[in-house]
Design a protein around this ligand. Structure first.
Ligand code: HEC
Length: 125
């Protein structure tokens, strides 16, 4: 009986140590230090926009879609947080349905970035 208990305990311990923290607590999301430019791509607004928006919102867009290509362009948009939080079925939702969507973390980071005053460059802190 003792052996069985030890065996079961070992399996339990192994199955725990075999997982990393993220499986238990969800992917870590740093919403405190979000910058437009930072060497840490996991909290860079430029990175999010480049990955999820710039395909349609580039500069010199012949389709006449608003540019989000520069810092100035991005902070000039006054409804950024509105459109990224719309229901996917809303025609104004960004990114539009069918396109790669923002993760919950990316939404939180954009929200915190706007609310913290559009911090530009971490290196210039
Ligand atoms: C598949 C193309 C596409 C993608 C990807 C896309 N958008 Fe758009 N977006 C549009 C179109 C089309 C419009 C409507 C035309 C306009 O208002 O400029 C629009 C409108 C907007 C507007 C409203 C502009 C205004 O003047 O009211 C904002 C803000 C916006 N998008 C932000 C984003 C953000 C942020 C992302 C990435 C997270 C994104 N979009 C991804 C195509 C796209």
């Amino acid at each position: 009986m003792k052996k069985i208990i030890i065996f079961v305990s070992l399996i339990f311990v192994f199955s725990c140590t075999n997982n990393n923290e993220e499986d238990f607590f969800g992917t870590e999301c740093d919403t405190n230090d979000v910058y437009y430019i930072t060497s840490d791509e996991s909290r860079s607004v430029f990175n999010i926009i480049t990955n999820k928006c710039i395909g349609c919102h580039g500069q010199d867009n012949s389709l006449g879609i608003v540019s989000l290509a520069t810092y100035q362009d991005l902070i000039s948009v006054n409804n950024l947080l509105d459109v990224i939080n719309l229901d996917i079925n809303n025609p104004s939702a960004m990114p539009p349905a069918g396109m790669p969507q923002l993760t919950d973390c990316e939404k939180s980071q954009l929200t915190s970035w706007v609310n913290n005053g559009y911090l530009y460059d971490e290196a210039q802190r």
